[in-house]
Write a protein that binds this ligand. Structure first.
Ligand code: NAD
Ligand code: TYD
Length: 401
């Protein structure tokens, strides 16, 4: 039996990871630590918490006393740190919170693990570690910055984050590796591309577009919609993390992605056509639409798309080279995008209560604040910025950093 501390598991990927692990393995015990910020919802995991195999603790990853208490109580073998402030747009309006949670929170967990897991010192003065323990940091491809039209991020691509979010995640990765180098701490890191799937909070592109269509609202596409993301079905990411924790050598970093690049505008168009088709062929789902819009669903069309003011410092393209994780661990994504996106849309159609529960009054206030100005100043795309991004290969090799 292995005991995992999984942080941030009331959020999108962490909750999917817990469900994946509990269904895949009989011999795991999981303690979830989550602060239940706006992005964490207990209802997502309440059926998984049985106080036998899965426990829940509400708390901050930056709380030293709590972290020590949990290590003492549960004697963890693994820490898997998902907890983070995760939305780039929010990091532009409130950067400091991202630094506190993502950097100092990570460092606090590393220290708590160090206090619990170190058994002594070796001849050179390096700490020795309890057998079989591992700290795993869930990171992102955004640490590499932005690609032009060619090339992919490998694990050797220089780190070059642009947003406060990605800078905070990069800093956390550097701290994790510093603990590896300084203390010989057993750590691993995965840097994954954009995830999609069930329980994705509707501030991110895919669930936001689904929710807006169902509410007959305009669909905000930043800039010209030409930015490219590399999408991975969330369960494939969970599988990769499970494999890395159990099989990877200490100190290894893996990129995780499945060569599924799409322009934002194409994703939005695909979601529109998929929902329209479902509404036409399975009219029972029309009860999810506003009452006046149910009889004729032809309004579900590309006319809903509204090009709005671009994100500041908007990364043009992300694209992962997953060669290393495939070669070392045999990981492959299992869900093709065409299948995964329909599965995801259907999940949202079948779970309107979850969407309602996570989008209360705070969400509406967030939406008004974040999108009010954007809709008022549509499409101020900075062509010079796009041009220089197109010329880049990715990472910092062509800049002065
Ligand atoms: P999310 O925003 O959906 O969930 C974050 C969770 O962390 C929430 O449950 C929240 O309550 C919790 N949390 C926030 N601050 C906390 C704190 N101080 N202490 C304890 N808990 C706290 O995020 P997500 O999309 O599930 O991302 C999970 C991780 O994966 C993050 O580290 C993110 O950087 C990384 N990641 C995400 C993606 C993606 O596409 N979503 C891609 C690659 C990597
Ligand atoms: P997002 O889901 O926020 O993920 P990330 O910024 O981490 O990649 O955004 C994905 C892409 O979609 C990104 O290029 C920004 C764009 N986007 C929109 O065009 N409109 C929106 O309302 C949102 C939330 C994102």
């Amino acid at each position: 039996m292995k005991t995992y501390l999984v942080t941030g598991a009331a959020g999108f990927i962490g909750s999917n990871f817990v469900k994946y692990m509990l269904s895949k393995h009989n011999d795991v015990r999981i303690v979830i630590l989550d602060a239940l910020t706006y992005a964490g919802y207990l209802g997502t995991i309440d059926k998984d918490i049985d106080n036998k195999r899965c426990f829940f603790v509400k708390g901050d990853i930056g709380d030293r006393q709590l972290a020590d208490k949990l290590f003492a109580e549960y004697d963890f073998d693994y820490v898997v740190n998902f907890a983070a402030e995760s939305h780039v747009d929010r990091s532009i309006t409130n950067p400091q919170l991202f630094l506190l949670t993502n950097i100092l929170g990570t460092q606090n967990l590393l220290d708590a693990a160090r206090r619990a897991w170190v058994t002594g010192k070796d001849a050179q003065g390096y700490p020795t570690w309890r057998e079989g323990v591992r700290y795993h940091q869930v990171s992102t491809d955004e640490v590499y910055g932005s690609l032009g039209p060619e090339g992919y991020f490998t694990e050797q691509t220089p780190l070059c984050p642009h947003s406060p979010y990605s800078a905070s995640k990069t800093s956390a990765d550097l701290i994790v590796m510093a603990y590896r180098d300084t203390f010989k701490m057993p750590v691993s890191i995965t840097r994954c591309s954009n995830n999609y799937g069930p329980y994705h909070f509707p501030e991110k592109l895919i669930p936001l577009i689904i929710r807006n269509i169902l509410s007959h609202k305009a669909l905000p596409v930043y800039g010209k919609g030409e930015n490219v993301r590399d999408w991975l079905y969330v369960e494939d990411h969970c599988k990769a993390i499970d494999m890395v924790i159990s099989k990877a050598k200490d100190g290894t970093i893996y990129n995780v992605g499945g060569h599924n690049e799409m322009r934002n505008i194409d994703i939005v168009k695909l979601i529109i056509s998929t929902i329209r088709e479902i509404m036409e062929t399975e009219p029972q789902y029309r009860t999810l639409l506003p009452e006046a819009d149910r009889t004729d669903v032809s309004w579900i069309n590309e006319g809903l798309i509204t090009y709005v003011a671009d994100r500041l410092g908007h990364d043009l393209r992300y694209g992962i080279d997953p060669t290393k994780i495939k070669a070392d661990l045999g990981w492959e994504p299992e869900t093709p995008f065409a299948k995964g996106i329909v599965k995801t849309i259907r999940w949202y159609l079948d779970n309107p209560d979850w969407v309602k529960a996570v989008t209360g009054t705070d969400y509406q206030a967030y939406y008004d604040k974040m999108y009010g100005n954007r809709f008022a100043k549509p499409n101020e795309q900075n062509d010079a910025c796009i041009k220089s991004a197109m010329a880049r290969k990715g990472g910092c090799e062509e800049t002065n950093r």
